[in-house]
Structures are given as C-alpha cells and as structure tokens.
Design a protein around this ligand. Structure first.
Ligand code: ADP
Length: 484
C-alpha cells in the first residue's frame, strides 16, 4: 500500500482505489502485515490495540498484535504475528525462501481478525497470490462458522506470480489438502503442486485483472498455465483498467518538484528539466535537447534488452536518457551497472540503479518522452503518470499499454485520443522506429509536440471511472448474496 509499503504498481492500486471508493461513500479498511521495513512515518496515529487476535497455523494457535493507523486518510490494520519465524521482520516485503508460509499465515490471521471483530463485511477484496488463500479459507472454513456475509473479489495484478507449493503445505493455514488437491480446485494445471491463484479463481465470487487487453491475453498464453481455469470461470472474470492516484501524481501540487506546473504553464516543466540536469550532472547547453525517461523494476517482463537498446538509440539520436530502476535479479542488476559504468563520462546518459520515490517524481516532470517497452504489461502505471506530467509515452502495444496509449500517427483512430507512440513487435527495430517518429515530431514540429503534451496532461486517468466499475461488480455480488 503506497506510500507505506510499496514495491510496484499494486501498492498504488490499494491506496488509489481505496480512496476513490471511500469518496463514493463506502467504508474501506485495509489489512496489511506489519512489515518491519515499512515507512512508519507515512502512518498517522499508529497505535497498538488492546486486543490480541489468535490465529491457527501448523497445528498451533498464535497471538497477533493488532496495530491501527491511517494512511492517506484510509483506516489500516497492521498484523504483527507473535510467531518465532518473525514472518514480517525480514527487512524486505517479499522474496524470502518461506514466502508461501509467510503469506498463508497472513491470509489466515487477516480473516481471523475480521471474524473476531464481528464486522459485517460486504466485500473482501484480495490482491495477488499472497492473499489468494483467503478465498478457499473463507468458503471452506469461515463460512461454516457463520461468518458468511461477505463476497470475495480477487484481483490478479500479474499472472506470472501464482504462488505454488507442494500440496501438503496447504494444511499449514488450516486448508483441507485432500479436498483441495484436485484438478478442478487448487491443483496446478501442469505439475503436481497446488496453486494459490488457481484457488482464488475457483473460490472467489469475482475475479479481475488490471486491464481489458490483459484479461484477453491471459485467456491464452499470457495465463501462464491458468488459461483453461480462466475460461471455465470466465463469467466472473473481467479486466478493469487501473487508474492513478491523481493527488499523489499531480504536477501542479507535487512537493517533490522544483517548480509546480500545469498544462497551461509549460515553463514550469522546463524548469524541472533544468533542475534534474543539474542534479544529475547532465549537459544543459541545449534546453530543447529531448530527455527520455524510464522508471521501472528491471525484470524480464519489462523488456530489459529493449530498455538497453533505448539507451543506445537515444544517444544515437542526440537525446538524453535517465533510467531509474532496480532489479531483484543479480545478473540484470550487474548488467545495468556495466552500462552505467560505460556511460559514466557521457553527460547525456544517467542510470540510477535504485528505488527512489522522490527522484521518480522529478524524472516524470523533467522528461519529454517516456519509454515502456514491456514484453507483457498487465496494466502499467508509469505511462499514465508520465502523461499526467507531460512526458509523451513510447510503448509496446501489450496489456494495459494497449488500453491507454494510442499512436499519434495512426489515422484509423480519432485524433483526440492519439497520445503517444507505439510499436508491436518486441524487437529493436520496432522500438527504434517508434523512437525515431517521436524524436522527429519533437524536433521538427515543436508546436504540434506542445499540443500533444498539453493534451496528454489533461487526460483523465483518475480512479473515478475504474472505481465505479468495481463498485458496480461489488454491488451485483452483494445483491446476489442477499437474494440467496
Ligand atoms: P509494476 O507494478 O510491474 O512494477 P507499474 O507500472 O504498474 O509496474 O508500477 C510501477 C510503480 O512503481 C510506479 O508508481 C513507478 O513510479 C514505481 N517505480 C518503479 N521503479 C521505481 C524505482 N526504481 N524508484 C521509484 N519508483 C519506482
């Protein structure tokens, strides 16, 4: 949940969608693990409650300390297990050898918290495999205890990550292995393990993913083995494009920026470009030299070879490139460290290989163009944030990129919606030609470019529309539940 515990886009969704639903009058409460590495300074009124919630795990009952606080105006419960494995005191959110165990524990404890609180919940909305256990636990365990007012919505933000384990490990959180280790329930479609996301697809009332195009893609190869399961459950499955949090991402109020600006005052944007160049020690003789930004997790999905190509191509086209990215994969991190070294003395290229929220805001504001050459992209937020800051996206037509970026030169679509540059094939040629078209427009037709920037900055990427779609499916599920 941004900004307290953020790794990527999922964090933005939790606070963005949460706030939008709250604004529509719903009571939204968030449950998170009490990670030792979270940004506690972003939580107001953090305090421990005077109750202990006991939850089941591996044959024993464990106490959980429950903390509450407010994040971005949303009430949050933080669960701190009193378990010897110190599940959430690992100095990172995920990537531990026992992640399956950590999140199976969390899912059980979170449901127990809701059950013991006596709340009459309408919708429990779970995100990604880490909370997928909630769906079978709710229907197989808690509904039998009379805690059955809720309907479960599961959102998969990326089908690459499914949470698999040997079937017996399901028993840790109290699930019935024999009952669930079946091809129509939780057994993985291609090997003998069990699959948490499959369980959530089978057991949830609503299943969503984060864009309409990705929802189509995952019904075939994009489903990483779950395509058949999604087809069987297609009636409850749909893609809803994420919004962005337009309070956090607002160039006219953004405190991280040197100068705030809006679509009518692009001087302010130029001032941010100058400031970033100074900060990163980039050449600054030509204010109009185009600056290309890229902010990403450096993983195969993001098209790392194309990102590398974009750096060299920008140098060739006479632009400047700023990459902000970090990689959980040591080889990729090393490769990019090598590229950073290679360009060390080149004052047109900077690679900053870390996670840095403040710097990300400055790069969105300073850049003229923004590269997202993903191999696949469930939704992608960076292209939308870039547009809001007047940086024109150059993206591969896949997943949510295909639902949010429309090619400037494509005469088959209305001019009003054309907002960036796209390419189809995931190869260097495709990317090069999109970049060339963008550079051409930028240098040869500055007035046209300016209008494009202004148009991009005024597109509505807020959560309003998408939150209404969630509201609609929640309400239908609740109505069905009440009719029963
Ligand atoms: P994903 O969830 O696959 O990482 P998204 O495009 O949905 O990709 O979301 C990425 C989010 O993470 C954006 O808010 C982006 O600004 C942020 N981000 C990614 N890498 C970094 C980084 N190195 N430093 C700061 N913010 C980052």
């Amino acid at each position: 949940m941004a900004p307290v515990a953020k790794v990527g886009g999922l964090a933005d969704v939790i606070s963005g969608l949460g706030k939008a639903l709250q604004k529509k009058g719903h009571l939204v409460e968030i449950i998170l693990p009490k990670y030792d590495c979270m940004q506690v300074d972003q939580v107001s009124n953090l305090k421990v409650l005077d109750v202990l919630v006991q939850s089941y795990f591996e044959g024993n009952m464990f106490n959980n300390k429950i903390w509450t606080g407010t994040v971005e105006g949303l009430p949050v419960y933080f669960i701190e297990p009193q378990h010897p494995a110190m599940f959430f005191s690992r100095a990172q959110y995920y990537g531990e050898h026992d992640d399956f165990k950590r999140f199976a524990y969390f899912s059980r404890a979170a449901l127990e918290l809701l059950y013991q609180s006596g709340k009459k919940v309408d919708i429990i909305h779970c995100h990604d495999w880490q909370t997928a256990f909630v769906a079978p636990l709710y229907w197989d365990v808690y509904a039998n205890l009379g805690f059955n007012s809720a309907r479960i919505c599961f959102t998969c933000h990326n089908f690459e990550y499914q949470g698999t384990a040997p079937a017996r490990d399901l028993a840790w959180c109290g699930l019935d292995v024999e009952h669930l280790d079946r091809p129509d329930r939780m057994r993985d479609n291609s090997h003998g393990r069990i699959n948490a996301v499959k369980g959530a697809i089978v057991y949830s009332n609503i299943v969503t993913t984060v864009s309409p195009t990705y929802a189509l893609e995952v019904r075939s190869e994009g489903g990483r083995g779950l395509q058949d399961t999604l087809k069987v459950h297609s009636r409850k499955f749909l893609g809803i494009l994420n919004g962005i949090d337009t309070d956090t991402w607002n160039p006219s109020t953004d405190r991280y920026l040197k100068v705030q600006y809006n679509a009518k005052d692009l001087q302010g944007k130029a001032a941010n470009k100058a400031a970033l160049r100074e900060q990163l020690n980039l050449a600054s003789a030509y204010p109009s030299q185009p600056l290309v930004g890229c902010i990403t997790r450096l993983v195969a999905q993001k098209g790392v070879h194309l990102i590398r190509h974009a750096i060299y191509k920008t140098a060739e086209l006479g632009g400047q490139f700023v990459l902000l990215g970090s990689s959980p994969v040591p080889e990729i991190q090393r490769e990019f460290e090598g590229i950073a070294d290679h360009f060390q003395n080149n004052n047109n290229i900077r690679l900053i290989l870390k996670y840095d929220d403040a710097l990300s805001h400055c790069i969105y504001a300073a850049s003229d163009m923004f590269i997202v050459p993903s191999i696949f992209e469930p939704c992608g937020l960076t292209q939308m944030i870039a547009m809001r800051y007047g940086s024109v996206p150059i993206v591969r037509k896949t997943g949510g990129l295909n639902d949010s970026v429309f090619d400037f030169d494509d005469e088959t679509i209305p001019m009003e919606v054309r907002n960036g540059f796209t390419f189809v094939k995931a190869d260097e040629q495709g990317l090069s030609s999109a970049m060339e078209r963008a550079f051409n427009c930028y240098t040869r037709k500055p007035e046209v470019w300016k209008q494009l920037v202004q148009k991009d900055m005024t597109i509505d990427f807020s959560w309003d529309t998408s939150a209404s779609q969630y509201e609609d499916i929640y309400q239908k599920a609740v109505a069905r539940a009440r009719a029963v």
